[in-house]
Design a protein around this ligand. Structure first.
Ligand SMILES: [Zn+2]
Ligand SMILES: [Zn+2]
Length: 395
């Protein structure tokens, strides 16, 4: 096992074991050193997990929490939607028509802040179906996915009004999916993908982790939590266990001005220290253990690795944004994704056609009151176009 990490942001993942072989009897697929976004098809029995956001708070190098799971059957499921994660998604050449399912582990804003972005950009870039968002019930009656979706739709009230008539109304829909956070239970079972939620301790009641099973492989995303026997119980035989790890308290004191008390309360009693994560990893022995939620900056990864190594000697990766893991029945391969920052978001014309095309009705647009319209500085070509619209009853 390697005991030294490379420095972060060199285009290589922070891992001690880039390739973990499970079974080489059928031969092993060879992967390029980096995944160039949009360039690799998945095998039917493959899962690909891409880190969209791994830190806190969102900085240019790291969004808040979010992971995209792609499955060999063509499905895409997003777990958590922290600030910055949608920006990463937009560079990965996955069309919004596939981003229709999001699971939230808990309602901390660093896990839900980009939901409006997924909603809006999906609306206007090819999603012609409802957005489905799954999440656990919290402590009080108004802490659940139904209330969140209702609030999101109110938040987007003026926005949706302006878009009325420009966009296909099917993209305005959001469907909430509720479940309780008190026990392990199957919350999704479709097309060979089974997702079990399980409770985790994270400050107050109402946070969960997810166990995701597909084609004989298992990925567990424990969300935010203290180390827990519940995670250990529900993460047995995992190929990939994604578990949060906070930096040592000194990092928050020295670099971010937190008091020592505040840093220890947060890093040790709401979250998981590297030494504590080691206990979970040792009790589960996953194919590969992955930490996230730590601040990754020059100098910070090695103390985390050293802490993990205090009690666990198995394969380990500290996630940065764009760390990607391919999981098949034969191997687990960890790399980085190479993206083009200025790439366009992609759309899927075949999907649009299958959905009967974009069905927007411009006659329902509200338009401006006349006095405000009169203030618009005319441009000949555009005035001509507006006149044509008016003749069709569109304003
Ligand atoms: Zn968090
Ligand atoms: Zn949290």
């Amino acid at each position: 096992m390697g005991d030294t990490f490379p420095e972060p942001y060199q285009g290589v993942p922070l891992t001690t074991d880039a390739v973990v072989v499970k079974d080489d009897s059928g031969g092993l697929r060879e992967y390029p050193d980096k995944l160039v976004a949009g360039s690799e098809e998945l095998d039917r029995d493959e899962i690909r997990v891409t880190a969209l956001g791994t830190g806190y708070p969102a900085r240019r190098a790291q969004g808040c929490a979010g992971f995209m799971f792609e499955f060999g059957n063509g499905e895409v499921i997003i777990f958590d939607a922290g600030a910055g994660t949608n920006t990463a998604f937009n560079t990965l050449r996955v069309p919004y028509s596939k981003a229709t399912t999001i699971f939230i582990t808990h309602y901390h804003l660093d896990h839900i802040g980009d939901l409006p972005a997924y909603y809006d950009f999906g609306q206007s870039n090819g999603r012609l179906e409802p957005l489905n968002i799954f999440g656990p019930d919290g402590v009080d009656d108004d802490e659940n996915m139904e209330v969140l979706v209702d609030s999101l739709k109110r938040f987007a009230g003026w926005h949706d009004h302006t878009k009325l008539g420009n966009l296909d109304p099917r993209g305005f829909e959001i469907t909430p999916h509720r479940f309780t956070a008190d026990k392990a239970q199957v919350v999704y079972d479709e097309n060979g993908i089974k997702i079990t939620s399980f409770p985790v301790p994270h400050g107050i009641y109402g946070a969960v982790g997810y166990r995701v099973e597909y084609a004989g492989s298992t990925v567990v995303y424990a969300g935010d939590c203290e180390p827990s026997t519940l995670t250990v119980d529900n993460a047995q035989n995992a190929d990939l266990l994604i578990h949060e790890i906070f930096n040592p308290p000194e990092t928050y004191v020295e670099e971010m001005g937190w008091t020592e008390l505040q840093a220890k309360i947060v890093a040790w009693t709401k979250h998981t220290s590297p030494q504590a994560a080691a206990k979970v990893f040792e009790a589960t022995r996953p194919g590969i253990a992955m930490g996230f939620h730590a601040i990754v900056a020059p100098g910070t990864p090695q103390p985390i690795l050293d802490g993990v190594r205090s009690g666990y000697d198995g394969p380990f990766t500290l996630a940065q944004d764009y760390t990607v893991v391919n999981i098949t029945p034969s191997q687990i391969v960890t790399r980085s994704v190479e993206v083009v920052p200025w790439d366009y978001v992609v759309t899927d014309n075949e999907y649009t056609e299958k959905m009967g095309g974009v069905q927007a009705d411009p006659s329902v647009m509200t338009g401006l009151p006349q006095w405000l319209e009169d203030s618009v500085i005319p441009v000949e070509e555009i005035e001509e176009f507006k006149k044509q619209l008016a003749e069709q009853g569109i304003r």
